[in-house]
Design a protein around this ligand. Structure first.
Ligand code: NAD
Length: 409
């Protein structure tokens, strides 16, 4: 079993050694500032009480309030949440937003809960953590299986518990409740803005018209897939938890979406072959985009990966042993902390708009995002060349330098 927190610390160690970073500061960054585990009693629809477990990890706030999503998943655990909070500090620093890193989660399969139970669970979580969050302290957001609606319930509960009426304590809210235009598209589109820079710099020898396979067909992967198709790429495979579909001539994404909506799954889409998630990862494509869960590229399958470029839209999809193999094989990996930082970038814009009573159009948001995330790529690319290292190590060097600079001397 891969320990995600050990992976995160290994990535920081590689960056510290490559760029000879301050070892005392690096030791501080290897641990979160604090983390809590809370028990959330929820009255279920059958009248019985069920107790859920939730976590919030606050990694580092040298550059600004802790910031990061809350995920609902049956496999959430403290180590995962701590690793994800660590990644958030680095992601925010790479894309240069004035936030630190945080992350939360609840052990739950939300599909097993009614809307009422989900609301009571979400409010119950906030009742347990409201004293440690706030617009200038810690600003949560949606993640896997959490939505704008859930953020709305959480914000309402936060306002009731704390008396603080600011809208800026949660981001990823719905538009009619203080959310930002463009947040929905932000992570997927942000990944494609980075991808545009990769193409411009001819990294991985990818040319327009190339093929793309995406693991996942949720928020991030659908927007990435649509934007990549618009750039002239052929999206040949997508998947969900039940399996994937493949057509070497490219998939009609609108029809795939309609099929998923109608049947609840991707499989058996007319005009495509059913494949497993592991077959999807090993397809002979130009670009592989893991956009579902972590640790899907491992020592076991890394040698079988045929893509020339991997764009990590999920958090932590590549195990360290797989990274070594990809480096040897010359497969370029655009790391998660750069590729998927569009979401947090627009979360920052939402927070900023809430704090300053502003409201930006989608065009304004996406234009700012494009500029900011492309600049992040340029900064990472410069260090990648300077140290002749991987994009991942270069991104960690950039982020660590920025965080260390902001830490108390
Ligand atoms: P989502 O819930 O909208 O979609 C997740 C997708 O993964 C779904 O298609 C689901 O069917 C699929 N999936 C679930 N279990 C799977 C399995 N075992 N095998 C294959 N596919 C599986 O979530 P999302 O918001 O699109 O997030 C996807 C990834 O991107 C996560 O790793 C998340 O942490 C990361 N991420 C999301 C954002 C964001 O803004 N939403 C930002 C940064 C990173």
């Amino acid at each position: 079993m891969i320990n995600p927190f050990a992976t995160a610390k290994g990535q920081l160690k590689a960056a510290a050694e490559t760029a000879k970073l301050d070892s005392d500061k690096i030791a501080q960054l290897a641990l979160p500032d604090r983390y809590v585990e809370v028990s959330i009693p929820v009255k279920m629809d059958n009248g019985k009480q069920k107790i859920f477990t939730g976590f919030r990890s606050q990694h580092n706030n040298a550059r600004g309030p802790y910031k990061g999503g809350i995920r609902y998943h049956q496999d959430v655990n403290l180590d995962e949440v701590r690793a994800l909070s660590f990644w958030m500090s680095f992601k925010n620093a790479v894309v240069n937003v004035p936030f630190g890193g945080g992350k939360g989660g609840i052990i739950v399969n939300p599909k097993e809960l009614s809307a009422g139970e989900l609301e009571r669970l979400s409010r119950g979580f906030v009742k347990k953590i409201y004293t440690i969050i706030g617009p200038e302290t810690d600003v949560p957001a949606p993640d896997v299986n959490t939505t704008g609606q859930i953020m709305g319930w959480m914000l309402d509960e936060y306002q009731k518990c704390s008396g603080n009426k600011s809208m800026a304590t949660f981001t990823g809210k719905s538009l009619d409740n203080g959310g930002s235009q463009g947040r929905e598209e932000a992570t997927g589109f942000g990944g494609v803005y980075v991808f545009e820079e990769v193409l411009k710099n001819k990294i991985g020898g990818i040319a327009q018209g190339g093929s793309v396979a995406l693991q996942g067909f949720g928020n991030v992967s659908t927007f990435f897939a649509k934007a990549a198709a618009k750039l002239g790429f052929k999206v040949v495979a997508v998947s969900d938890s039940k399996g994937g579909i493949f057509n070497s001539d490219g998939l009609n994404l609108e029809k795939v979406e309609a099929h998923k909506k109608a049947t609840g799954a991707l499989k058996d889409f007319v005009g495509a072959k059913n494949i497993s998630n592991s077959e999807l990862l090993e397809l002979d494509v130009d670009v592989l985009v893991p956009a579902a869960l972590e640790n899907v590229l491992t020592e076991e399958n890394a040698d079988k990966i045929k893509a020339k470029l991997i764009v990590e839209m999920a958090n932590g999809p590549t195990a360290p042993e797989a990274d070594v193999i990809f480096n040897k094989k010359g497969i370029a990996v655009i790391p998660d902390i750069l590729a998927n930082s569009g979401g947090v970038c627009v979360s920052y814009y939402e927070w900023y708009q809430n704090m300053n009573n502003e409201s930006w159009t989608k065009e304004q948001v996406l234009e700012k995002l494009s500029k900011q995330i492309k600049q992040a790529f340029v900064d990472v690319y410069a260090l990648q060349k300077q140290y002749s290292t991987s994009f991942r190590t270069a991104a960690y060097i950039l982020a660590a330098q920025r965080i260390i600079e902001a830490m108390p001397k």
